[in-house]
Design a binder for this molecule. Structure first.
Ligand code: XBP
Ligand code: MG
Length: 247
């Protein structure tokens, strides 16, 4: 096992409350534009978040809608159209400044960059959503902050599958035990753990979590702002305790 070489950021829910304030709102705007009397309130959207991927979420919801197309091909075409529109609305909401970074996020990114710790993004959201959000938060040269950016288009299988994390480790040329994932949700945590990474879990509004049995996951309070020193201290400590547990 080695020291902390890379911090791997999830996007939705970790960098910002994008689901409640961004994607959900944008899906509802897309439904209205399509002339559909559909709407996802905060509670329903929370249930649907257990399906990762916007198109997949739309398909899951259509199963219970009598006014959705009856055939699979019709539903897929509608999901594709709604998803494209949703992503356009999402970008507009971000450009209007409707999505703020969660507290402490930007400071931690700058601290890690100054300390020479590699950073990566691993998300299974669409790349256009990542570009919009990161340009807003960090400016046009945002990608200089990250050694690699893995998005939904890069991984056939979405979280909780580990594929996106495995691809990021491959691109970084690092083993899982030298990187730490920052996540907010159960599917995200499962993806990172299945790829062998330890996880700093800071729950977002949709994924409240009060107990954690896995010693390779640090559960923080939603309001707690980790510093780089916090991450490094826990990373070192967890390495030692995991190694002794394995004896
Ligand atoms: C994010 C998702 C995405 C977003 C919407 O997962 O599940 O589906 O909700 O984005 P994570 P798309 O950040 O944990 O990878 O509509 O582009 O799928
Ligand atoms: Mg997330």
């Amino acid at each position: 096992m080695t020291g902390l070489k890379a911090v791997v950021w999830d996007v939705d829910g970790t960098l910002a409350e994008t689901e409640r304030d961004g994607h959900r709102v944008a899906f509802n705007l897309a439904f209205a534009e399509e002339g559909l009397a559909w709407g996802w309130d905060e509670a329903r959207y929370g249930e649907l978040l257990h399906v990762t991927g916007g198109r997949e979420r739309l398909m899951a919801d259509m199963v219970n809608r009598p006014d959705a197309p009856a055939d699979e091909a019709g539903r897929l075409a509608l999901a594709q159209r709604l998803h494209t529109r949703k992503n356009r609305y999402y970008e507009a909401l971000v450009d209007q400044g409707m999505i703020a970074a969660r507290s402490g996020v930007m400071a931690l990114m700058r601290e890690a960059a100054a300390a020479g710790v590699l950073q990566a993004i691993v998300t299974t959201t669409s790349r256009s959503n990542v570009v919009a959000l990161m340009s807003r938060l960090l400016g046009a040269r945002w990608d200089a902050m990250f050694a690699t950016v893995v998005c939904g288009e890069d991984a056939q299988r979405k979280k909780p599958d580990p594929q996106a994390y495995e691809l990021a480790l491959h691109r970084l040329g690092l083993s899982a035990d030298s990187a730490l994932a920052l996540e907010d949700s159960a599917p995200g945590m499962a993806a990172a753990r299945a790829a062998g990474l330890r996880v700093w879990l800071r729950p977002s509004v949709y994924f409240p979590c009060t107990e954690m049995a896995d010693p390779a996951v640090h559960l923080s309070a939603p309001a707690d702002l980790p510093t780089l020193a916090d991450l490094q201290t826990w990373f070192t400590h967890s390495r030692a305790s995991l190694a002794s547990a394995a004896l």
